[in-house]
Design a protein around this ligand. Structure first.
Ligand code: AN7
Length: 361
């Protein structure tokens, strides 16, 4: 007799966490790709590299339907767009928001326009926006220019803005904090994540607070956010007019949720700091090699931050630390190839040739 466990379908984050989605009208039909329920994976080798003595878990958001955490908010934004009978959905994006918006809009049967900084979008994200059928406008400008234009366009009642300035995006994204607590059976002592437009750190803090208020967790984590050094307005305290970083996803000079990020850090007793591109790229390689998790450069900014804080002795022994890997490494194949300039060895298809190239006798 074989004993099987039962596997039930995951309904997506809005349905699963419906009691916490008070904005969602009764009977609304939800636009979902079954996003969420992503794995929380132990990362003992990275923890060791950061000095050890604590437990580390990585929330691998790259396995969402469009391979980033944006899908959690996009199910909410697109559900709302349908309720409001929008004719057009628009967003500004450094890439992942546009990929997600394009997919969910297609599913909802809505026209989707994305405004992107020309030449600064990782290849995989552009491929997604094209395949899902978005209309792409490339601006001779940066993300901040794109978001300014989107705010202006969004003043029309038949246009739905699906950036995180739309509050339901935050409502969807807070589900990641719930999942972490549900899996651990407690809240982490520290939560690490990258900060760009600062919607996600705002969303996680809201999620942890709601679980705390409802008695699901008894402590709140210290929120630790990391920006790229060339694009660190919250760290330096002033907008950056020409942000630069290899982590194009977080190449943002004037974050929309600046206040939310500052509040999360201040209220939780956490930190917001910057890491250099060199630190980001080192952490990018280490995360892939040590843990088998390929995440895009923006996602490894907090890994770099954790390595630094751990080595400085800022993570107390016995702590439980969680860290969000926000997007899949395959999003940005160009950066991956640039990091690994060593080409494959090309040989004839004979065993001797292979053995010879291996110097294996
Ligand atoms: C992989 O897609 O802003 O601080 O337009 O793609 O909530 O902005 C992406 C942001 C981190 C930063 N990691 O999150 C966009 C966009 C990845 C990202 C962030 C982004 P926020």
């Amino acid at each position: 007799m074989m004993h099987h466990q039962t596997l039930s379908a995951w309904p997506g984050v809005l349905e699963f966490y419906r009691p916490y989605m008070t904005w969602l009208p009764e009977g609304a039909s939800i636009v979902t790709l079954q996003e969420g329920n992503t794995p929380l994976i132990p990362a003992p080798r990275l923890a060791e590299l950061a000095g050890g003595g604590f437990e580390l878990f990585l929330k691998y958001e790259g396995v969402n339907p469009t391979a980033s955490f944006k899908d959690r908010g996009m199910t909410a934004a697109m559900t709302q767009a349908v309720i409001r009978k929008a004719k057009l959905v628009i967003c500004a994006s450094t890439g992942n928001t546009s990929a997600s918006a394009a997919a969910y809009a297609g599913r909802a049967g809505l026209r989707c326009v994305v405004l992107l900084p020309h030449g600064k979008i990782a290849l995989g994200k552009l491929a997604q926006a094209r395949m899902y059928g978005a209309e792409i406008i490339a601006l001779r400008g940066n993300f901040d220019d794109a978001l300014r234009l989107v705010r202006e366009l969004g003043a029309r009642p038949d246009v739905e803005v699906v950036n995180s300035i739309n509050p339901v995006r935050i409502e969807g994204q807070k589900s990641a904090a719930f999942e972490i607590c549900d899996v651990l059976g407690r809240a982490p002592d520290f939560h690490f994540l990258p900060v760009g437009n600062a919607g996600n750190i705002t969303a996680y803090w809201k999620g942890f607070n709601e679980y705390h208020k409802h008695g699901r967790i008894s402590i709140l984590p210290k929120m630790c956010g990391f920006q790229a050094a060339g694009s660190a307005p919250i760290v330096t305290g002033k907008p950056v007019t020409d942000p630069q970083t290899v982590a194009t996803a977080i190449r943002i000079g004037n974050p929309a949720s600046w206040q939310g990020a500052s509040a999360a850090v201040a209220e939780s007793g956490g930190v917001i700091e910057s890491v250099t591109d060199a630190e980001i790229l080192a952490a990018y390689a280490q995360t892939a090699r040590l843990e088998g998790l390929f995440a895009e450069p923006a996602s490894t900014a907090p890994v770099a931050g954790l390595l630094r804080m751990g080595r400085q002795g800022l993570i107390p022994k016995g702590s439980v630390v969680t860290l969000t890997l926000t997007g899949h490494g395959l999003k940005d194949p160009d950066t991956a190839m640039d990091q690994n300039k060593i080409d494959a060895v090309v040989v004839e298809p004979h065993l001797d040739a292979v053995m010879e190239s291996l110097a294996f006798s």
